[in-house]
Write a protein that binds this ligand. Structure first.
Ligand SMILES: Nc1ncnc2c1ncn2[C@@H]1O[C@H](COP(=O)(O)OP(=O)(O)O)[C@@H](O)[C@H]1O
Ligand SMILES: [Mg+2]
Length: 173
């Protein structure tokens, strides 16, 4: 049996053509997030895959900056969600599912409000935890708007391999 965590990661990366980018330091990952941000349409749900300490929050911080968030962007691992208001009634939602036990927990928490939101960009760390809310039994995406999978791998102390959809890499300035 395929481990469910591997299933979600490979599903989303398989259905999307991905390119690898090598990050040499924290600054590079933050800049990358900033450059990705303008290409994320409202309603997009970004799935951030990667082990603990790979840089999901660092990349999220960059995306937040790129969307115009000026307040400090802290990890939502304790609060589960951090909400950042943006101009014209737009939002950045930053979620961390690490402490969420399963899909039922996520639903009681109110995850729906964040998955189907046309005026926000939603970043989700540890999306593996809520796989059943992201994919149907046929493996089709349940998220109404665009889903962007990003996978971060630890290489050395300061380097990371970041895999993301080719269309995002091509559109980066
Ligand atoms: N190239 C890099 N990109 C991102 N983070 C890096 C990089 N090199 C080292 N780091 C360090 O890795 C850690 C990543 O932390 P964090 O973003 O909180 O991880 P996660 O959210 O994936 O658990 C930080 O301490 C950061 O300084
Ligand atoms: Mg994190």
């Amino acid at each position: 049996m395929i481990h469910p965590m591997a299933m979600t990661t490979s599903h989303f990366t398989q259905i999307t053509e991905c390119d690898n980018v090598l990050s040499a330091d924290v600054g590079f990952t933050t800049d990358l997030g900033e450059r990705i941000a303008p290409n994320l349409a409202w309603g997009t749900v970004v799935l951030l895959f990667g082990e603990l300490g790979t840089g999901k929050t660092v990349l999220s911080r960059g995306i937040a900056r790129g969307l115009g968030v000026s307040e400090p962007v802290t990890s939502p691992s304790f609060t589960v969600v951090q909400e950042y208001p943006l101009p014209e009634n737009h939002w950045l939602y930053h979620l961390d599912m690490y402490r969420i036990g399963d899909e039922e927990d996520a639903l009681s928490f109110g995850i729906d409000d964040y998955l189907y939101c046309h005026n926000a960009v939603t970043l989700i760390e540890w999306p593996e935890r809520i796989e059943g809310l992201l994919l149907d039994t046929q493996g089709q995406s349940l998220v109404e708007h665009q889903t962007v999978p990003i996978y971060i791998e630890h290489m050395t102390e300061n380097t990371r391999r970041i895999s993301m959809p080719r269309h995002l890499v091509l559109r980066m300035s």
